[in-house]
Design a protein around this ligand. Structure first.
Ligand code: HMG
Ligand code: MG
Length: 299
């Protein structure tokens, strides 16, 4: 495909991706366990346990931790204590502490909690987007416009169901690219491509990245693999070989989406760290210790 790359967009905040250096072989992990991992848990996890989980992750050498979500507590009561968690964590200098934000109300709460980075989230499937954030894709982009414009911290943009939707089935790269371009046009600094229900094959990853890397630099893309069929590590390897250096994962492989039936855990951080041994400075044993803190609730 020959779509011309969009002009480089300057967001409201200057943001240099950690892996922007040409020739950089290192892998950068975004630990999403405290957010993606805990958003589906039925039992109430005490705030201090979440805080202890994030604090333990902070000691592992991770560069970025997605701590929680400033979404409607009616939709995701599991993360209603996002502000308390942010207020109580011990922040290690150099670690980026981020959170999901669906709208201006979320931005206001996130900035008050002094997050380092926010993530807006939409999807390549209309049905999933309606069920997840009660908006069409177009409406969600419009909802994010003031969020990105007003954010004083860097913004990530998720494109969920980029390979398969639990309601609509296979999603073509041609459905993903326009969403990605609209997010870039808004001024998001980084795109995370979600295999929300963990169904992508290595061929699917290759096909999407072939199209996607025609329109965006690999340094602005992260891959967010869930792991239903045990393909996530192989998928990450294919993405790495195609130039991607940034991967989302969760300690112990916990995770899922309450609005995507069948969405299992994220790829485990430990599995990715083993796969990319020598290409990161994260201590696997420290991730094991962190995962043990929430194991009682996550199984
Ligand atoms: P809505 O019901 O249309 O929103 O939901 P609304 O604007 O009508 O507000 C309804 C109520 O929620 C109001 O309260 C608002 O004040 C409140 P009331 O007046 O009834 O008392 N409200 C809020 N409260 C606190 N913070 C806010 C907020 N916004 C509204 N930010 C909305 C629309 C987007 C809010 C809702 O659908 C929502 O919060 N959705 C979040 C869903 C979610 O978190 N899903 C999981 C994360 S996405 C994911 O897991 C995928 C990912 O991992 C990547 C992948 O795997 O592909 C990222
Ligand atoms: Mg996810």
């Amino acid at each position: 495909m020959t779509q011309a790359p969009p002009p480089a967009q300057e967001g409201p905040v200057s943001y240099k991706p950690m892996h922007a250096t040409p020739g950089d072989e290192r892998v950068h992990i975004v630990e999403v366990g405290p957010r993606d991992g805990l958003q589906t848990i039925q039992a109430t996890i005490p705030t201090e346990v979440k805080v202890a989980f994030v604090n333990a992750l902070s000691e592992s050498g991770l560069e970025e931790i997605e701590v929680s979500s400033f979404v409607s507590p009616k939709w995701v009561p599991q993360l209603a204590d996002a502000a308390e968690v942010f207020a109580q964590i011990r922040r290690v200098p150099g670690v980026v502490y981020s959170a999901l934000v669906p709208n201006e109300q979320g931005l206001e709460r996130a900035l008050a909690a002094q997050v380092d980075k926010i993530a807006v989230f939409t999807a390549a499937s209309e049905t999933f987007n309606q069920k997840n954030i009660a908006a069409t894709i177009e409406e969600s982009i419009e909802r994010f416009r003031p969020v990105v414009a007003q954010s004083t911290v860097p913004v990530r943009g998720y494109v969920s169901t980029a390979f398969y939707c639990p309601y609509e089935g296979k999603i073509a790269p041609s459905q993903v690219i326009p969403v990605l371009l609209q997010l870039l046009e808004l001024g998001v600094h980084e795109i995370s491509i979600g295999d929300t229900i963990g169904k992508a094959t290595t061929e699917d990853v290759e096909a999407l990245l072939d199209a996607l890397l025609e329109v965006v630099e690999p340094s602005r893309v992260a891959m967010h693999f869930h792991d239903t069929y045990g393909k996530a590590v192989a998928n990450a390897r294919v993405a790495y070989d195609m130039g991607i250096r940034r991967f989302d994962s969760s300690a112990g492989g916990i995770g899922g989406c309450p609005f995507a039936p069948g969405a299992p855990g994220n790829v485990s951080t430990q599995a990715l760290l083993r796969e990319f041994a020598g290409l990161h400075s994260v201590e696997i044993a420290a991730i094991d210790r962190a995962a043990a803190i929430v194991q009682r609730w996550t199984g």
